[in-house]
Design a protein around this ligand. Structure first.
Ligand code: FAD
Length: 474
């Protein structure tokens, strides 16, 4: 069939049904546009199927087991057994519920769904192949297109995901048994979350990282706490080592590493998890057919309305660049849909929060103190340690802190860094405050519920104003 014989005509073609694509599709349909969403694999994308949701389900369950086993100080004596197959079935139930919810929501909003892989044929037509077969492709003619094809895990030479001993994060999240020994390559956020989780359910974990620290995107006083908790759980860190190869051994496998000076080491394992980053999926889209060129890292360049170099082709989510986070993908999806609908929505990326679900969790938003200095501010900084939080102590937690950064001249809140239990939740308040243009004083004067972890945010603001009650002022 020639492209001109398109079987479907649509106002908006959305390619990819992850949090970028399905949100764009639903919002565009809410604006009475005719929308067709094509998904090659599973509705909900990486986030719901191989990323945020299954990882957080595993992490929560591992926390339950670990907390129960370590509650003797509270007078609770338990020795929980983790049945990984049952745990995985529970996790799959959570994923199924959410992915079927996405499908139902799309349909209920009038979005037409096509299961297949879309590639561009020309700048107003895409071809959709069904399954692995090239037979009976479908053609979709579109006025506007939102590319939301996400990202895939990066392989490293010698470690092919096709081998059962080598895990991608997706394989790790499909695990039905706990490896006795697990080597994790990469101490970024995915590597750290999964190492901590597997250590809590009984694996001996070794993390191999070429750099000299974990979570290099975060300040050292934040990562030190997370690293030291992981080490307490038995996670062994091997910094400055790059994984060079693996081979089968008598029992399991051996993973070989090498330092920059050529020093070699070998670690025994049952599985090796490669978590060295993710790459945007732009290579399989037929971008040549529409004359779009990804940048050197494979990302599509967009403006503040998510438009690519072609006015009618938009890119959202992981495919459009860092930060590769689900909530950023959805926010971009909304902007793309509303722009197509003729509205003047733009991206305001002042305060995109980020969370790492380690133990304790990390939450960040806006500027750190050093970033504020670099940006020309004379910052004020306030901090509240969790050891002074009544609620944290009732949760048997005492590590971490809430830190706020404000503009010394105007008092405006510029950023927050939280390393604490529930940091992923605590960071939301700071994000809202930044978004609303609040001052540090506004946060200090907001009455917070007692006893809660969020009081630490108020106390950090008071500390920045040199008015803290429960900590010594700076
Ligand atoms: P995706 O969710 O990747 O969806 C893209 C979709 O496009 C896929 O379903 C794919 O099948 C489809 N597709 C690709 N090509 C085609 C084609 N040619 N035709 C049709 N369909 C196509 N982010 C957070 O914010 N918080 C977290 O806690 C978090 N945890 C994570 C944990 C792990 C282990 C991983 C791997 C990721 C995590 N992320 C997290 C990142 C998050 O999953 C991504 O940022 C998010 O899914 C990106 O959304 P997206 O819509 O851009 O792409």
């Amino acid at each position: 069939m020639a492209p001109t014989d398109a079987t479907t005509e649509t106002d908006v073609l959305v390619i990819g049904g992850g949090p970028g694509g399905y949100v764009a599709a639903i919002r565009a349909a809410q604006h009475d546009l005719d929308v067709t969403l094509v998904e090659a694999d599973a509705y909900g994308g990486t986030c719901l199927n191989d990323g945020c949701i299954p990882s957080k389900a595993f992490i929560t369950a591992a926390d339950v087991a670990h907390d129960a086993a370590n509650a003797a100080g509270m007078g609770i004596h338990a020795d929980p057994t983790v049945d990984m197959a049952e745990l995985a079935a529970w996790k799959d139930g959570v994923v199924d519920r959410l992915t079927s919810g996405v499908e139902k929501l799309c349909k209920a909003n009038g979005v037409s769904l096509i299961e297949g892989t879309a590639t561009f044929v020309d700048d107003h037509t895409a071809r959709v192949a069904h399954g692995d077969t090239e037979q009976d492709p479908e053609f979709v003619a579109f006025e506007a297109c939102v590319v939301a094809t996400g990202s895939r895990p990066v392989e490293i030479p010698g470690f092919s995901f096709a081998d059962e001993h080598v895990w991608s994060s997706s394989d790790a999240l499909a695990a039905e048994t706990v490896p006795d020994e697990l080597v994790v390559i990469g101490a970024g956020y995915i590597g750290m979350e999964l190492s901590t989780m597997f250590a809590k359910v009984g694996a001996d974990v070794t993390v191999v990282e070429m750099l000299d620290s974990a979570l290099p995107a975060y300040d050292d006083d934040i990562t030190r706490i997370v690293r030291s908790r992981a080490a307490d759980l038995g996670v062994e860190f091997r910094f400055g080592e790059g994984a060079s190869e693996w081979r089968e051994a008598e029992a399991g496998i051996e993973v070989a590493t090498e330092t920059a000076d050529g020093e070699r080491a070998v670690y025994d394992a049952d599985r090796v998890l490669v978590a060295v980053g993710r790459r945007p999926v732009t290579d399989t889209l037929g971008l040549d057919a529409i004359g779009l060129d990804p940048d050197d890292n494979g990302f599509l360049t967009t403006d503040d309305r998510t438009r690519t170099d072609l006015d009618h082709v938009y890119a959202v989510g992981d495919v459009a660049g860092e930060p590769m986070l689900a909530h950023k993908a959805s926010a971009e999806g909304i902007v793309a849909a509303e722009t197509i609908a003729g509205m003047s929505t733009t991206l305001d990326s002042q305060a995109i929060p980020a969370a790492v679900f380690t133990d304790p969790e990390i939450g960040t938003v806006g500027l750190t103190e050093s970033e504020a200095v670099e940006a020309g501010y004379d910052p004020i900084v306030g901090e509240m340690p969790m050891r002074a939080s009544g609620r944290a102590l009732t949760m048997n937690e005492s590590e971490g802190f809430v830190r706020l950064v404000g503009d010394g001249d105007t008092g405006s809140l510029l950023g927050g860094q939280v390393v604490a239990p529930e940091a992923s939740e605590l960071i939301a308040e700071i994000g809202v405050a930044i978004e609303l243009g609040a001052t540090v004083d506004d946060v200090a004067e907001t009455i917070h519920t007692h006893p809660t972890l969020s009081e630490a945010t108020m106390e950090a603001a008071e500390n920045a104003m040199e008015q803290a009650i429960h900590t010594l002022n700076r």
